[in-house]
Write a protein that binds this ligand. Structure first.
Ligand code: SF4
Length: 454
């Protein structure tokens, strides 16, 4: 059973408290989940140091903590591990600098404080912690297909009740990010980071096999469409809170609420149902409160779900030649991500990607401006190895490592362009500030009481 509660926007703290309570009441009430003396762990979605919809609303989490306390919880802990991009410090930016610290490079608890979530949780009688600060235990993943064992926070393993609080967002790698995707935040930084390959969907479903949340509450007050789940996305006012006990059913319903009529196109939902972790078939899910049809909006999908990824990689920039072959979908996506930066090299550049790119033999490469993206390309034999060796001997380092070559590759490229004076630190900061302003202004209108806790 999945409950849907809708309210007109904007909503204040009392409205949110009522919505959260009602959503849970419709599926049995908080007492069904939390008993006297229980230790409860809540996992919210805090993607980056930005307010909703990039991160969940602090007041939703506070309302949930307060409800757990009323039900008799002995202790309620709110735990999260921020996105890998947030943990990774941008080159040459001083994270302790107040003005620049929002760019990236921040630990989870600092971010919880900054966004007011720590205060909201503590005021309701709970406590906060970051995944990077707690003890973990290596646990086997029963029936895991790509994850066979993982480092898992002990605080969740040992809790009596586990509550998942995702947001309602699109995602460039997984199409949507809801309850199943939100669990990635409980992994260690390394597992989180390297989990973003083309097998990410099965990887996410495998995490769910360790411990299924007892309850999932979706913050759908403001959703996100487009190039989510971070600063690239666009807010969508929704005024929704959804809850349920079956994480697969909840993701299935949320997907339809976002205007994607067939929930089986979301890989995590389809695979989780296939692996018997829940029900994805809409005809088998009871929805209480509002109906899906009465609340749904057609969310703009990420552009890579609307047009072939090739159209964003090959034949795009006149000054960049792309040699891509034997690359998985993740490296195609990463190639699309780095190309705009490589294209800033006015004299022209080459990008080599994949396990078997068919580069022309004997070509006179401009080694300084020849970039190898991903461990597959960097580890290639044959002609590509010759190119790699020449680049090294000439003293250049244009190797964008990683499988997948994610944030660290982006940051390395950014550093190269900074060193060469092609971009400036100021340009990076200004871009981040513009993003910050866009989201902060939007959210301030929604909740004028919100202030950053610097
Ligand atoms: S390095 Fe290879 S396997 Fe890894 S993301 Fe790139 S193409 Fe895929």
């Amino acid at each position: 059973m999945v409950s849907i509660i809708k309210s007109k926007l904007p909503v204040d703290r009392d409205d949110i408290n009522a919505m959260v309570k009602k959503a849970i009441d419709l599926i049995g009430g908080i007492e069904k989940f939390v008993k006297k003396g229980d230790v409860v762990v809540i996992k919210p979605n805090l993607f980056a140091p930005y307010p909703p919809p990039i991160s969940v609303d602090r007041r939703v989490v506070g309302a949930l903590v307060a409800l757990c306390k009323v039900a008799g919880a002995k202790k309620t802990v709110v735990i999260e591990g921020v996105s890998v991009g947030t943990l990774m410090k941008r080159a040459n930016l001083d994270a302790s600098d107040r003005e620049n610290r929002l760019v990236r490079g921040m630990k989870t608890v600092d971010m919880m404080k900054l966004l007011g979530l720590k205060k909201s949780v503590e005021a309701a009688g709970g406590e906060v912690c970051g995944v990077e600060d707690v003890q973990t235990e290596r646990v086997a993943v029963q029936n895991g297909k790509v994850l066979h064992s993982i480092e898992y926070p002990k605080v969740i393993l040992e809790s009596d009740v586990f509550i998942n609080v995702p947001a309602l967002k699109t995602h460039t790698m997984t199409l949507v990010t809801l309850g199943i995707k939100n669990l990635q935040g409980i992994l260690t930084e390394a597992d989180r980071y390297f989990g973003h390959r083309d097998d990410i969907d099965q990887h996410l479903v495998d995490i769910l096999k360790v411990r299924k949340p007892d309850l999932t509450l979706v913050d759908g007050l403001i959703g996100m469409e487009g190039m989510g789940a971070g600063e690239g996305g666009t807010p969508v006012p929704m005024g929704l809170i959804l809850s349920g006990t079956d994480p697969v059913a909840l993701d299935s319903v949320c997907t339809r609420v976002m205007g994607i009529d067939n929930p089986f196109v979301v890989n995590t939902t389809r695979i989780a149902a296939h692996d018997s972790l829940g029900v994805a078939d809409p005809t088998r899910i009871e929805v209480v409160g509002e109906t899906v049809d009465s609340v749904k909006k057609k969310f703009q999908l990420p552009i890579n779900y609307l047009q072939p990824i090739d159209t964003m990689v090959t034949g795009v920039y006149p000054n960049v030649d792309v040699y891509i072959g034997g690359a998985c979908s993740s490296c195609w996506l990463m190639a699309a991500g780095v190309l705009a930066n490589i294209a800033k090299i006015k004299e022209g550049a080459s990008l080599i990607v994949g396990a078997d790119p068919k580069v022309p033999p004997g070509k006179n490469w401009d080694l300084k401006n020849t970039f190898l993206l991903g461990d597959c390309a960097i580890g290639c034999a044959g002609e590509v190895r010759e190119i790699r060796n020449k680049i090294t001997l000439e003293g250049y380092d244009t190797f964008l490592y990683g499988c997948l070559p994610y944030q660290q590759a982006m940051i390395k490229l950014e550093d190269i362009l900074l060193e060469r004076g092609i971009t400036s630190e100021q340009e990076i900061i200004e871009k981040a500030k513009a993003n910050r302003q866009r989201f902060f202004e939007y959210y301030k209108e929604f909740d004028p009481s919100w202030e950053l806790e610097l």
